[in-house]
Design a protein around this ligand. Structure first.
Ligand SMILES: [Zn+2]
Length: 63
């Protein structure tokens, strides 16, 4: 399955963040992807292969 992620997309991950949220906003793409937690605003960087394994669902910004 081909997945593309763009800046502004909301990713629903399989594992939830300790703050309780499991939605992350994409704020930078590249070899590593920068994500901001929608629950606590914390920013993390994840490499693409790892991130793709954790994605449950990709939502566009206006969804
Ligand atoms: Zn969080």
């Amino acid at each position: 399955m081909q997945k593309t992620i763009d800046i502004g997309d909301i990713l629903v991950l399989k594992k939830q963040h300790p703050c309780g949220a499991n939605k992350w906003k994409v704020i930078r793409t590249g070899a590593d992807v920068k994500l901001q937690c929608m629950g606590c605003d914390r920013i993390v960087m994840i490499d693409r292969p790892t991130l793709y394994k954790r994605i449950k669902r990709i939502m566009s910004e206006d969804e």
